[in-house]
Design a protein. Structure first.
Length: 358
C-alpha cells in the first residue's frame, strides 16, 4: 500500500463542535499545570525529575525497556554499560537540547529537529536517503503505510511542517495544531530510527513555543502506552479514511489527562522540597541554605563535586555537608565506581512511583 501524504494544512474542518468541547477541558488542565509550575522558583528541579520518566516511557514505546535503578547508575557513572538505559539518558539529553534551542531561537526548524535526533540516535545516519522504508503491522507483517522516500522529498515535507509549526496564518488553536503536527511528523517518518521519540519531543517543544507551558514538563508517552492500540489505530484512520476528528480528540484527551497527572506529581515534588528545606533549617541551622536544598533536588542524586561547585566551597567542606545530610537521613550514599553518590531517596521514590504507574 502506498499512501500519499498531503502537505499541511489539512483540507478539512478542524474545529468541530466535538473537538471544541474537548479543547476547553484540555486548556483548563494545561493552564492549571502552567500556573502552579510558575510558582516554583527553580524550574530545573521539575524538568529533571519529570523528564526522566518521560524518557523512560517514550523509549518503552519503542521497546527500549529499562528501570529507574539502571537509569540512576547510568546517569551517575560515565562508563556504566546498560545500552537501554544509555538510550533513555540520551533521550533526556535531547529534550534539554531542544528546550534550550526553543528558548534561544523562539522557533522550531528542521535543522533543530535533526540536531535533536542526532542526540537520540547518534549512529543512525540522519534523514533517510535510501528507498524501501515501510511501516508494517507487527502481527501480520502487512505493509500498512509507505512514507515519503528520498532525502529531497522528505526535506520538502519537513519544510512544509516547519512553516506550519511556526506560522499561525490559519488561526487554528495551538492544541489542535499539536495533534496535526504530531500526525504529520510520524507520517513523514524522516529518519531510519527514533522517529517516535523525536516526534514526542517535538510535542512538548511546541507547547513551550506557543507559551502554553513555560517548562517542558508535559509528555504524552504514558498516555500512549496506556492506549497504544488506539493510538496506532487512530493514526491509521487519518491516513486511510481522513478521520481527523477522532485523532484530534484523542490527543486532546491525552493532554488533559497527562496535565492533571503531571500537576499531582509537581505538587508532590514541591511539598517534599519545602518539607525538606524546613527540616534542614530546624535541625541544621548552620548548614542550611536554599541553594543547598535546591542542589540536592536538582537530580535525585548528587556528588561532592556538584555541591563544591554549586556553593563555591572547598571539596572537604562539601563532603562534610553531604555526610551530615546522610547522618540526618536526608540522603543515602552509595559507592559507584570510584565516586560516592548521594541519593535523595524521597525524591527518587516519588519519581519512581510516578514512572511505574501505567
Amino acid at each position: 500500500m502506498n499512501n500519499s501524504l498531503s502537505k499541511l494544512p489539512p483540507n478539512v474542518e478542524l474545529e468541530t463542535k466535538y473537538i471544541l468541547k474537548q479543547l476547553a477541558g484540555s486548556h483548563r488542565a494545561l493552564a492549571e499545570l502552567k500556573g502552579f509550575s510558575e510558582m516554583i522558583p527553580n524550574k530545573n528541579i521539575l524538568i529533571n525529575a519529570i523528564t526522566i520518566n518521560e524518557a523512560k516511557d517514550s523509549s518503552e514505546i519503542e521497546n527500549i525497556v529499562t528501570t529507574h535503578d539502571e537509569l540512576f547508575k547510568t546517569m551517575s557513572r560515565e562508563n556504566y554499560a546498560s545500552p537501554s538505559a544509555k538510550e533513555v539518558v540520551n533521550y533526556r539529553t535531547a529534550l534539554w537540547k531542544g528546550y534550550e534551542l526553543i528558548k534561544k531561537n523562539n522557533f522550531l526548524s528542521t535543522n533543530m529537529i535533526i540536531d535533536i535526533h542526532e542526540i537520540i540516535e547518534p549512529d543512525k545516519g540522519g534523514i533517510r536517503k535510501l528507498p524501501g522504508t515501510v511501516l508494517k503491522n507487527e502481527t501480520t507483517g502487512e505493509v500498512i503505510y509507505t512514507p515519503p522516500s528520498g532525502k529531497e522529498e522528505i526535506l520538502s515535507y519537513l519544510d512544509n511542517l516547519e512553516q506550519y509549526i511556526n506560522n499561525d496564518y490559519d488561526d487554528i488553536d495551538s492544541l489542535i495544531k499539536l495533534a496535526v503536527i504530531h500526525y504529520q511528523f510520524e507520517c513523514i517518518h524522516p529518519f531510519y530510527d527514533g522517529n517516535g521519540r523525536t516526534g514526542r519531543i517535538i510535542n512538548v517543544l511546541y507547547l513551550v513555543l506557543k507559551e502554553l507551558l513555560d517548562s517542558p514538563i508535559l509528555y504524552l508517552s504514558k498516555f500512549i502506552i496506556r492506549n497504544k492500540s488506539a493510538y496506532y489505530g487512530l493514526l491509521q484512520s487519518v491516513t486511510n479514511e481522513g478521520k481527523w476528528e477522532d485523532w484530534i480528540i484523542f490527543i486532546l484527551q491525552g493532554v488533559e489527562e497527562t496535565a492533571e497527572e503531571t500537576l499531582l506529581l509537581v505538587k508532590k515534588i514541591n511539598i517534599l522540597l519545602e518539607k525538606t528545606a524546613e527540616e534542614i533549617r530546624e535541625k541544621l541551622p548552620n548548614l542550611y541554605s536554599r541553594e543547598l536544598v535546591n542542589l540536592i533536588f536538582f537530580e535525585f542524586y548528587t556528588k561532592i563535586g556538584y555541591i563544591e561547585e554549586g556553593l563555591n566551597i572547598s571539596r572537604k567542606t562539601a563532603a562534610k555537608y553531604l555526610s551530615i545530610l546522610e547522618e540526618e537521613g536526608f540522603l543515602v550514599s552509595e559507592k559507584i565506581g570510584r565516586e560516592r553518590i548521594y541519593l535523595n531517596k524521597e525524591l527518587f521514590k516519588i519519581v519512581k512511583d510516578a514512572g511505574n504507574r501505567k
